[in-house]
Design a binder for this molecule. Structure first.
Ligand SMILES: [Zn+2]
Length: 158
C-alpha cells in the first residue's frame, strides 16, 4: 500500500499542474476577449464622435465651418473618465475645433462645439464655445476686428 503513495502523489502533482496551466490559459483568453471588446467599443465611440461632430457643424455653422471642414478631418477619442467621447479637427495655425458628446454619450442631444485658438500675443490657448456662424466670425476676427487675445493681453493693450 505504502509503495503506491509516491505514484499517487506524482499523478496528483501532474493534475494540479495541468489545472494551474488551464486556469492561466482561460484567464489569458478572457483577458484577450475583454481587450478585444474594449478596442471595438472605443473604435465605435471614436467613429460616433466623428459623425456627431460633423453633423453638429452642418447644423450650427452651415455657412462657414460646414463648407470647409470635412468629416475625414475629425479625429475621434473614446470616453475618458467622466467625459463622453470627443472629436478634434485641426484647422491650421494652432487652431482646433473640439466637439464633446453630451451627457449620455449616445448622441441623442447635440453636443458642444468649441474653437480652440492661441492668443495672438502670448499663445495661451483660448477656448470659445461655438453656437453659430457669427460666433466663429467673432472668434477668428476678435471683437471689432481686433486680434484675438486672452484677457491679460487684452487688458495690457488697453
Ligand atoms: Zn495672451
Amino acid at each position: 500500500m505504502t509503495s503506491n503513495h509516491p505514484s499517487v502523489l506524482a499523478a496528483l502533482t501532474t493534475l494540479a499542474t495541468d489545472q494551474v496551466a488551464n486556469f492561466r490559459r482561460r484567464q489569458a483568453a478572457e483577458a484577450a476577449e475583454i481587450e478585444q471588446w474594449r478596442r471595438e467599443e472605443e473604435a465605435a465611440e471614436r467613429a460616433a464622435a466623428e459623425t456627431a461632430a460633423h453633423e453638429t457643424l452642418q447644423w450650427l455653422t452651415p455657412d462657414t465651418l460646414a463648407r470647409v471642414v470635412t468629416e475625414e478631418m475629425w479625429r475621434g477619442y473614446p470616453r475618458h473618465r467622466g467625459d463622453g467621447p470627443t472629436a478634434v479637427a485641426h484647422l491650421g495655425a494652432g487652431v482646433y475645433l473640439r466637439y464633446a458628446t453630451p451627457g449620455d454619450g449616445l448622441g441623442t442631444v447635440p453636443g458642444d462645439l468649441w474653437l480652440l485658438q492661441p492668443c495672438t500675443d502670448c499663445g495661451v490657448r483660448l477656448s470659445n464655445p461655438l453656437w453659430s456662424d457669427l460666433d466663429l466670425a467673432t472668434c477668428l476676427t476678435g471683437p471689432n476686428g481686433l486680434p484675438t487675445t486672452c484677457t491679460l493681453c487684452f487688458t495690457a493693450r488697453a
